[in-house]
Design a protein around this ligand. Structure first.
Ligand code: FMN
Length: 206
């Protein structure tokens, strides 16, 4: 079994990448082949809205890296999307990527039946993480994936999604910040649980 994680951060290897890697590590421990894709490494042109994918399952743009990325999605049994919050939304990179997968969904859902999940990270405590997560989960559902959450089946709810923040505490006057998501123990625990839940469903579906 294979899992691919797609990082929409404009910064490689930072908070969102750490969250995605934490999910992948759980899957790897369960014997899944994993890959972390940094979208910032790839040339993804914006969708032209030519609407040709309404009639045939292919994109009219062929002179960039998107076909390579689509191939990774098609070959994976599980897909995890990760985006930092930019303006209470996904990043431009992630949105470009999503738009360019439209052909995988218009004539038929080519990704249907795979396992999906999403993670997000933001600076502020309530910085738009929930909206950002919902945007990615909506995308995955629309593409026909089974979307997994981070609920612990034994202990119940841990958080309402794999969402991290740099906010640490406010003492009434000053705010202090975490140095990175590694210090956000709840977010890391949530990513681990997400990985465990994905693995369980992948095994059931295999
Ligand atoms: C253009 C831009 C917009 C941002 N908008 C928000 C926002 O709406 N809310 C928020 O809490 N943080 C916002 N941030 C902060 C990022 O979400 C935060 O730095 C995050 O940790 C970056 O993830 P990364 O380390 O994976 O790149 C924004 C950052 C940038 C560059």
């Amino acid at each position: 079994m294979k899992a691919v994680a797609i990082n929409g951060s404009h910064r490689k290897g930072q908070n969102t990448a750490v969250m995605l890697q934490t999910v992948l590590d759980e899957l790897k421990a369960g014997g899944v082949e994993t890959e972390l894709v940094e979208l910032s490494d790839y040339n993804i042109k914006p969708c032209l809205s030519c609407n040709k994918c309404l009639r045939r399952p292919q994109c009219s743009i062929t002179d960039d890296d998107m076909s390579l990325l689509a191939d990774k999605l098609l070959k994976a049994d599980a897909i995890i999307l990760g985006s930092p919050v930019y303006w209470a939304n996904v990043t431009g990179l992630m949105k470009n990527f999503m738009d360019r997968t439209r052909w995988l969904h218009m004539t038929k859902n080519f990704l249907a039946g795979k396992v999906g999940a999403a993670v997000t990270h933001a600076g502020l405590r309530n910085g738009g993480q929930e909206v950002c997560l919902q945007i990615m989960e909506h995308f995955l559902r629309a593409q026909g994936l089974y979307v997994v959450d981070d609920r612990d089946p034994e202990k119940g709810i841990l958080t309402s999604g794999a969402m991290g923040t740099l906010f640490d505490r406010f003492d009434g006057n000053n705010i202090s910040w975490k140095r990175g998501v590694q210090e956000d123990h709840l977010a890391i625990a949530s990513c681990r649980q997400l990985g465990k839940n994905m693995l369980q469903l992948m095994k059931k579906l295999a």
